[in-house]
Design a protein around this ligand. Structure first.
Ligand code: ATP
Ligand code: MG
Length: 574
């Protein structure tokens, strides 16, 4: 490609409304342009990258045996009524009416359409198992579209759906898709983790999310440094400490902490570590208040708390008035010692392993030191109640947990029979009996991957594409070509040669000054830059620089072609 004939439209100013680096760089590089909130045009440059991702996703889906089709974006309401999701999907569903007042939605996902397809097309067990996929535009009316294409309203998704007779067969395909996803993200050169996910309300029985690790990610992920274990922090189990609780050694003593309401303040005054304190929160239970106790350096995990039998399905803090009525004291001085007998005391495993701890005195301006479970404070139940923290042992018994932030780029899910049941998608089995099929669904956020890759791969000058996603692999940059025909000729010949070798090359023949030309090429993240100059030609060399490095190398033509074309450290893909 000659840049003079391409629509490259980089922007110097940093866009003011872009909060994260990928959004800023995609705008500055001129990859996307906003049309409306969460709705973007992919410019020719952006589309080149998007297509690279699409190619890898399609190839790996096909390698895994999935068959491509293309379903409509606009879907009739009747299908969504069959599964009850016309109502249940909520505000994210963009609803439309045609001229006959018939209702439709713009597809946010395609379970209904594929299940309708399957109930018409699949009649016999002989057609199973089968996995269909498509790469298609979705629309979700997100409450807060933000971060550019990262959380857009219109976005490109690869969605796949598999159909089976048995749970075993579904589990095998789930594994197959899991492995295909692993290949996709590996080929794209991303640092990622497959994370156990909550199947939530949809009622499936296995689900993993694939997360690209990046500080701007919306999810916190706990993963082992020694095994494949990874889970959303909200779901990761906090194991009980290995050592048993020591015997009480100190006497229970009430101490004055007149203004020390937080753990940090009380621990500071008393000269103990927060890990030697017990933090008590009162929440609203099914009947009356419930006390939740964790170690002072830990935090209650509200998802775990919401699942407690004593709670009504959610964890809501009691108001100050409720707390005063139930305990006679205000929040800040609460503790398990001497708490009213009708309040259940649910204690986290780590807090339950403490002896001689500090806790609130249940009287204004006081704490206890030397407090001990059983002797001084009652325990109703010991449970896993806290968020895991870095350094905790991994729940699978291998290694230690680290915490990182992640961007969800893929999701595999064993759906089970719910959709097929609701929509009557059944086949005849080997004995001639009608059987409802069981299903899996598998999504990849194709457009989100582009932004996620930039979050992971950038520097002050711009984007550093992993080779598989680069819009071009090589940029040939002639210096002052207009005044020097030899430079032009050498650049043209090198450009032709690289293209002939199947290396995607762009020739910057726009006639810009070197500084502006280099800034653009760095901003848009081309992995290899070759400068053709009068001085270099005189010495018989080109100036080569790899994106991300700060040194130039003077290389002769053969050495250069061997370096770039030899594939020693790069993979050149379509
Ligand atoms: P999220 O929790 O980020 O909203 P989701 O759980 O709703 O995602 P799925 O329904 O599993 O997402 O969709 C499959 C994939 O589509 C996701 O893994 C994600 O990569 C992508 N995706 C979902 N919503 C968006 C969006 N608003 N913009 C861009 N990509 C999205
Ligand atoms: Mg979502």
């Amino acid at each position: 490609m000659r840049l003079s004939r391409f629509h490259l439209a980089t922007v110097k100013e940093t866009p003011s409304d872009a909060e994260i680096v990928s959004h800023r760089l995609m705008l500055r590089a001129g990859m996307i342009r906003k049309l409306a909130a969460g709705i973007f045009t992919w410019t020719p440059l952006g589309l080149r990258v998007l297509r690279k991702v699409e190619v890898v996703v399609r190839e790996e889906m096909q390698r895994a045996g999935a068959i491509e089709l293309l379903m409509p974006s606009v879907q009739p309401r009747e299908l969504w009524d069959e599964t009850g999701r016309w109502q249940k999907f909520g505000g994210q569903l963009l609803k439309l009416k045609d001229r006959k007042e018939q209702e439709y939605c713009y597809g946010p996902t395609h379970e209904e359409v594929i299940t309708d397809f399957a109930r018409h097309e699949l009649k016999s067990y002989r057609q199973l198992p089968v996995t269909f996929f498509q790469i298609q535009t979705k629309f979700r009316d997100e409450i807060r579209p933000r971060f550019g294409v990262m959380r857009a309203r219109e976005f490109l998704m690869k969605d796949a759906y598999s159909f089976h007779l048995t749970a075993d067969c579904l589990a095998r395909e789930y594994r197959n898709m899991f492995d295909a996803y692993t290949r996709v993200f590996t080929r794209l050169g991303l640092r990622f983790r497959a994370v156990q996910a909550d199947t939530g309300a949809i009622g499936g029985n296995a689900s993993h999310e694939f997360h690209v690790l990046a500080d701007s990610g919306e999810d916190a992920i706990a993963f082992s440094d020694a095994s494949d274990f990874a889970a959303n922090v909200e779901l990761a189990e906090a194991l009980a400490p290995a050592a048993p609780r020591p015997a009480p050694a100190a006497a229970l003593t009430r101490v004055a902490t007149p203004t020390q309401k937080t753990i940090a303040e009380a621990a500071g005054l008393l000269g103990v570590a927060p890990a030697q304190c017990v933090k008590t929160l009162l929440v609203r239970g099914r009947d009356g208040l419930v006390a939740l106790c964790v170690r002072g350096d830990h935090e209650i995990n509200e998802i775990k708390a919401a699942k407690l039998d004593e709670l009504p399905g959610e964890s809501v803090l009691a108001s100050e008035a409720e707390i005063v009525a139930a305990t006679g004291t205000r929040p800040g001085f609460l503790g398990p010692v001497g708490l009213a007998g009708n309040i259940p005391v649910i204690v986290d495993r780590s807090a339950a392993a403490l002896a001689d701890f500090v806790c609130g005195g249940n009287a204004e301006g006081t704490h206890y030191t030397g407090a001990n479970w059983d002797r001084d404070a009652r325990i109703t139940r010991i449970v896993d109640l806290r968020k895991v923290v870095a350094g905790d042992p991994s729940p699978d018994g291998c290694g230690t947990l680290a915490i990182a932030r992640g961007i969800e780029v893929g999701h595999v899910f064993q759906l089970g029979r719910s959709y097929a049941q609701a929509m009557g998608a059944a086949v005849l089995d080997e004995t001639g009996q009608t059987q409802v099929m069981t299903m899996g669904c598998y999504g990849i956020g194709v457009s989100r991957i582009v932004a996620a890759a930039i979050e992971q791969n950038h520097d002050a000058a711009g984007i550093l594409w992993p080779p598989a996603m680069a819009p071009w692999h090589v940029a040939v940059c002639p210096i002052n070509p207009k005044s020097d025909p030899a430079v032009t000729a050498a650049a043209e010949s090198l450009y032709a040669d690289l293209n002939a070798r199947g290396i995607e090359t762009v020739l910057d023949d726009r006639g810009l000054r070197p500084g502006s030309m280099f800034a653009d090429i760095e901003l848009i993240g081309i992995p290899h830059r070759i400068v053709v100059s009068e001085r270099g030609l005189a010495a018989g060399t080109f100036e080569y620089r790899a994106r991300g490095e700060s040194e130039n190398r003077a290389l002769g033509r053969d050495a250069l072609l061997a370096l770039i074309g030899g594939g020693n450290n790069m993979s050149i893909q379509g």
